[in-house]
Design a protein around this ligand. Structure first.
Ligand code: ADP
Ligand code: ZN
Ligand code: ZN
Length: 705
């Protein structure tokens, strides 16, 4: 006697680039609703799978199919909107459904047995959140009443009244977070089961955000209604947050880009803070844009979406142009408390002493501020300025043996390290080529800047009659768990007078006593080959400047005005004129006109085909063959997509692998999508013919060319 069986369609984790169908058929004794998590055999392993479409037929005997192992019964099926989202993401970003769907689940879910999961679920507090009795009174007691500014009020009213999507274009310090809080409260009050998702670009911004949300909402909906979701959490924490979101127990999910793929059955609102930030684009696996998926997901389920920024991406700015009208633009020009935006002080470095890293007038300005008890922030745009070792006698440089990049000098542990492949070696005592013992560092990293600044300020005494303190925050000082938090706390407490740092310190932080911000080496981005470099630099300088003078009352008490100092060799560059006027719209208009003339995004759509191979020649050969194959096969969309010739990547060789890429561009997103989808099988076929190719990948809407 054999048991009755029904066939089930199940999504399993297939390798991203295998051409194997990601949906396999398995047999089970009863039909299961789509979205059910199951454990199934795959090859010699047992893996987590997700039942996909509705079961077809019943009762027929299918001995050739392998059987479903176990059903994770305690868990409600992943809802249809979630399945539509991952299916769309897989299709749009040209990856397998199995990879995208399964990698969107918390890793520990993939390992738990059905029993282990049941036990885990039993430990969770009850499903529906019960508001604490007397919550309303607690609310008025604990949190200060915030009266929205006129700008905030009108933005909030528009969000309440219209469907969106919204681009909240608000100056730094205009109180965008307060508008998010209002919108979240409105959405969650309107529907007692509704959920909101709030995305931030950096993991280290989540604690600060969580604190603000808890202060406001813990009393209303209970502490378990708010969860965070990001990759720095332990697997157990991540599973817990994910389950809370999936069961609907979490009403508010705060997270980084990965949170966009969480299961949120009652999603009513998505907020994408600092929407212009490049870290919303995933840079490996399925290279999705969490911001773009947020807009798609919101529309798909009828949720609202708010994209917020002081310097929106040109894509979003264009979409919110009234003539285009895809997004509704909400403008908040004024700072809270009538605070001033920082005045720009451009220093022409050609007029400064030769080899000065800090122009004397900047040092004078910092000194004055520190003496008055104010804080300063010195920003280094790290790219390309990390210190390398150099021999003046023979020209030797500390090149990485495995990459076309230079190893960077790390003073703290006296090593040379490659920032691309990670390989490290001790600093040589003498030049390895000519034996010259006098090898020098060229270029400056944050470490050198910190030292030099401390030296320049060594005689400065603060108002509290102590020596000025200089500190540094960058990837090196924050490697240890909790280090960044501790360092930021010192800054907030006023234990530090001048903070030197990379991009990391420019983003989001609400420093109350910083009155001067200086960018010391921003020029690299002015003439970069990447067409997005000016956009990034403008955003970075506006963001950084936005850290100065955030507390209007403090500024008044100090009788101080915020300043943004920029040291440049090109003070005449138009970017600085727009920066001086805090005039993002002028900057954007100019950039968009240039992009339109050159047919670049957002006026065209791009994708990259990248190949990694043992030699540069092999990588480029593969790309050329791929492009030839597409032409010969006359793939759909071909006539509307331009294929550029292959070129090496800026960092051409990493860990002994040569990298090349080919740009595809089209005025029509649809044509590009059709071509990419039809191309996949040809690419698999080419790959088998090009044995020296290590891997290939497609990057849709790439962030950097
Ligand atoms: P943004 O995100 O736009 O840079 P924030 O939301 O961080 O600005 O707000 C800047 C500061 O102003 C914060 O300290 C915030 O608490 C305060 N703030 C925001 N809105 C108000 C308001 N309506 N009344 C008083 N303070 C406010
Ligand atoms: Zn030498
Ligand atoms: Zn290397």
């Amino acid at each position: 006697m054999s048991t009755p069986t029904v066939p089930l369609h199940i999504v399993v984790p297939t390798p991203a680039h295998s051409s194997a169908a990601p949906i396999l058929s398995y047999a089970h004794d009863v039909p299961l609703p789509a979205g059910t998590l199951v454990r199934v055999p795959l090859g010699a392993r047992e893996v987590l799978g997700i039942t996909w479409d509705e079961p077809q037929g019943t009762g027929s005997e299918l001995p050739q199919l392998r059987r479903v192992g176990a059903v994770l019964e305690g868990l409600a099926p992943l809802p249809a909107p979630w399945r539509r989202l991952v299916a769309f993401a897989a299709r749009y970003y040209q990856r397998s459904l199995g990879e995208v769907a399964l990698s969107a689940l918390p890793p520990s879910l993939r390992e738990l047995t059905a029993d282990q999961l049941t036990r885990r679920l039993r430990r969770m507090p009850p499903g529906t959140p019960a508001p604490d009795a007397g919550a309303a009174t607690v609310q008025t007691e604990t949190s200060k009443i915030v009266v929205l500014s006129t700008d905030q009020q009108s933005a909030a009213a528009e969000i309440d009244a219209h469907p969106g999507p919204f681009l909240l274009f608000g100056s730094t310090g205009s109180g965008k977070t307060e508008v998010y809080l209002h919108a979240v409260q409105a959405a969650l009050t309107r529907d007692p089961g509704a959920q909101a998702l709030v995305l931030v670009p950096e993991i280290n911004l989540t604690p600060q955000l969580e604190a603000r949300f808890r202060e406001r909402f813990d009393a209303l909906w209970g502490a378990s209604a708010i969860v965070s979701l990001h990759s720095a959490m332990t697997p157990a924490q991540r599973l817990k947050s994910w389950l809370a979101a999936h069961t609907g127990q979490a009403r508010i999910v705060l997270g980084t880009r990965m949170a966009i793929l969480a299961s949120l059955p009652r999603l009513a609102l998505i907020v994408v803070d600092e929407e212009h930030d490049a870290s919303y684009k995933q840079q490996e696996g399925a290279r999705y844009s969490a911001r773009d998926l947020a807009v798609w997901r919101a529309r798909d389920v009828g949720a609202k979406v708010i994209l917020g920024s002081a310097t929106p991406s040109l894509e979003s700015w264009h979409a919110s142009d009234p003539a285009v009208g895809r997004y509704q633009r909400l403008h908040m020009p004024a700072r809270i408390g009538a605070g001033e935006l920082p005045r720009l002080r451009l220093i022409d470095m050609s007029q400064q002493p030769r080899k000065a890293v800090f122009a004397p007038p900047l040092i004078a300005a910092i000194t004055e501020r520190v003496q008055r008890g104010e804080q300063c922030l010195v920003l280094l745009n790290r790219r390309g300025f990390a210190p390398v070792l150099h021999c003046g006698a023979c020209g030797w440089k500390s090149d990485c043996p495995h990459c076309s990049a230079t190893q960077v000098f790390h003073k703290s542990d006296r090593t040379l390290r490659c920032h691309h492949c990670g390989c490290a070696s001790p600093v040589p005592r003498a030049c390895p080529d000519c034996g010259n013992p006098d090898i020098l560092t060229i270029g400056r990293g944050t470490e050198q800047l910190e030292e030099q600044l401390a030296q320049l300020l060594r005689n400065v005494i603060t108002r509290e009659r102590r020596a000025a303190r200089v500190a540094r925050i960058d990837a090196d000082t924050t490697r240890a768990r909790g280090a960044l938090k501790a360092q930021l706390a010192q800054m907030h407490a006023g234990d530090v007078d001048v903070l030197v740092g990379t991009q990391m310190v420019a983003k989001g932080h609400d420093f109350r006593r910083v009155t001067l911000v200086a960018a010391v080496q921003p020029d690299g981005a002015l003439f970069s080959s990447d067409f997005r470099a000016p956009e990034r630099l403008f955003a970075l300088l506006m963001q950084a400047g936005g850290r100065a003078g955030r507390d209007a009352r403090y500024m008044q008490a100090q009788q101080s005005a915020p300043e943004l100092w920029v040291q440049t060799w090109h003070p005449e560059h138009p970017l600085f004129a727009a920066l001086r006027g805090h005039d993002y719209p002028a900057f954007a208009t100019r950039q968009l006109a240039e992009r339109e003339a050159a047919g670049m995004p957002p006026f065209s759509h791009q994708a990259l085909l990248r190949a990694d191979a043992r030699t540069q020649e092999a990588a480029q050969d593969f790309l050329r063959a791929a492009s030839e194959a597409a032409r010969t096969a006359q793939l759909p969309g071909m006539d509307q997509v331009f294929l550029y010739p292959p070129v090496p990547l800026a960092v051409q060789r990493v860990a002994n692998v040569e990298r090349a890429q080919m740009l595809l561009e089209s005025p029509h997103r649809g044509a590009l999508q059709h071509l990419l989808a039809a191309w996949q099988p040809l690419l698999h076929a080419e790959r088998t013919r090009h044995r020296a190719v290590v891997r290939w990948l497609i990057d849709v809407d790439p962030q950097a060319i």
